[in-house]
Design a protein. Structure first.
Length: 463
């Protein structure tokens, strides 16, 4: 677990301390897993629950309940994660606990449906089964006929201990106290995977799945990118409202900083949409001047490093290489005719992508070199300066290269979803480069990294 004070999860810790420690861990996981696939979220969540409750075994299932309004929906139970437990045994335990011991409500929270729990006994192990509805009360009242997904958490511990009955009660109360955070973690990932219809075996809420296409991918992208920061804001504010008086000042500050970061992300998303709209409508005005491209590259690279988390700053290598027309290292590069602020924006996008798709230990390299009139003739530029941003990531398949500058195009869905992003950055770069009389293109080989080339008109030196 990422939370340092693991002693709070010991059996002798007070219930309130254990609940607070689990809450802090979940708040740490919420932004960290915002773009992760459902299987990864479930595995991290199960490990956290096992450590928090001192359970020896565990499994997480996703259950789609049948509704009278939607009789065509068959009940489906999918294993999301299992630790120290075989799938066949886990399914049998869920079936017995649900049928022979009807789940009882454990808690009611405004906005959330009541958490239900049941238990079952085997030879040496007692099992606690918790039902956490993923559909809020408001959503169910709005659309009562919709399928109702439920997260099932199965936790097991040796039942010979005299403390076992107390463990059942305290574990149920511990998870119930953090129900809103647990469901927020799963809900934001589940929605994105359902909308793309690429859930890697995930059951869809209707018997006939809609084929994935550009529209469904766009909806999934928008919902995922908007819901992730909104889920973080909602969970953080909810925690502040519920536990304000009990939280230390440092933890309240951490929650507020989390809200601020998520809010900044939403503002950035809105700004990109507005900027794209202005570009397409021809309303964006540029202010071209003589710009030193080398200084802008250094500024953009410094800003990119400063945006990295402290632990990430040591895992990437950055290099700026200015060359002359012969390919020899130099200290100066000719000025270009460009809008300085927009050139910086273009470089920010390219560096953001390079960092996003680079592996740990990878090098991000920016090369600048002048292109004389003979070399730049094909691009109809009398003379130009080329800026190349390279990474050592997974690369782009050749068949996808022609599409990467299209709106909302995110290439390989799994990789793009894991890395986050709306698919607008390269589209904006292309618009901004072409408005300034330049060109942009990409070269890439799978598993060999990618290089984005930016060509801008150079200003001839004074005679």
């Amino acid at each position: 677990m990422s939370y340092r004070d693991r002693s709070l999860f010991a059996d002798e810790a007070a219930p309130a301390e254990r609940a607070a420690a689990l809450q802090r861990e979940l708040l740490t996981l919420l932004p960290a897993l915002a773009t992760a696939p459902l299987a990864e979220v479930a595995a991290a969540l199960l490990e956290t629950l096992r450590e928090a409750t001192a359970a020896e075994h565990g499994a997480l299932f996703l259950h789609w309940e049948t509704t009278q309004e939607a009789p065509q929906q068959a009940e489906k139970l999918q294993l999301l994660a299992a630790q120290r437990l075989e799938e066949e045994q886990a399914r049998a335990l869920v079936s017995v606990a649900s049928a022979g011991n009807p789940p009882r409500p454990a808690r009611f929270s405004a906005g959330e449906q009541a958490l239900r729990h049941s238990q079952v006994q085997t030879a040496e192990t007692g099992w606690l089964l918790l039902h956490l509805p993923l559909v809020t009360l408001r959503a169910e009242k709005t659309d009562p006929g919709a399928a109702r997904p439920t997260l099932l958490a199965l936790l097991g511990r040796a039942s010979q201990s005299a403390l076992f009955d107390g463990w059942l009660r305290e574990s149920t109360a511990l998870i119930a106290a953090n129900q809103h955070l647990l469901t927020a973690l799963v809900r934001q990932t589940l929605l994105a995977e359902l909308l793309t219809s690429t859930g890697q075996g995930l059951p869809t809420p209707t018997s006939q799945a809609t084929p994935a296409g550009p529209q469904s991918e766009l909806l999934a992208t928008l919902s995922h990118e908007l819901r992730s920061p909104l889920a973080i804001i909602s969970a953080s504010v909810s925690t502040l409202l519920r536990h304000e008086r009990r939280l230390p000042l440092a933890e309240r500050r951490l929650l507020l900083e989390t809200v601020q970061e998520a809010g900044d992300r939403l503002i950035q998303l809105c700004d990109r949409f507005l900027e794209l709209s202005e570009l397409e409508a021809g309303l964006l005005r540029l202010e071209p001047t003589a710009v030193d491209p080398l200084s802008v590259v250094h500024e953009a690279l410094l800003a990119a490093v400063q945006r990295l988390a402290p632990e990430q700053k040591e895992i990437f290598a950055f290099q700026v290489v200015p060359l002359d027309a012969s390919g020899v290292p130099t200290e100066s590069i000719p000025s270009v005719l460009a809008d300085r602020r927009r050139l910086r924006e273009i470089l920010d996008h390219l560096l953001e992508n390079a960092i996003r798709f680079s592996p740990a230990g990878g090098e991000i390299r920016v090369v600048l070199r002048p292109q004389p009139a003979s070399a730049a003739g094909a691009s109809q530029l009398a003379s130009a300066v080329e800026i190349c941003v390279s990474d050592q990531g997974r690369g782009i398949p050749p068949e996808q290269l022609p599409q990467i500058f299209q709106r909302f195009y995110r290439g390989d869905t799994g990789l793009a979803r894991q890395a986050s992003g709306l698919g607008l950055g390269l589209t904006l770069c292309k618009y901004l480069v072409e408005l300034q009389g330049g060109q942009i293109w990409a070269e890439s080989e799978p598993e060999q990294g990618s290089t984005f080339h930016l060509l801008l008109p150079a200003i001839p030196p004074a005679a």
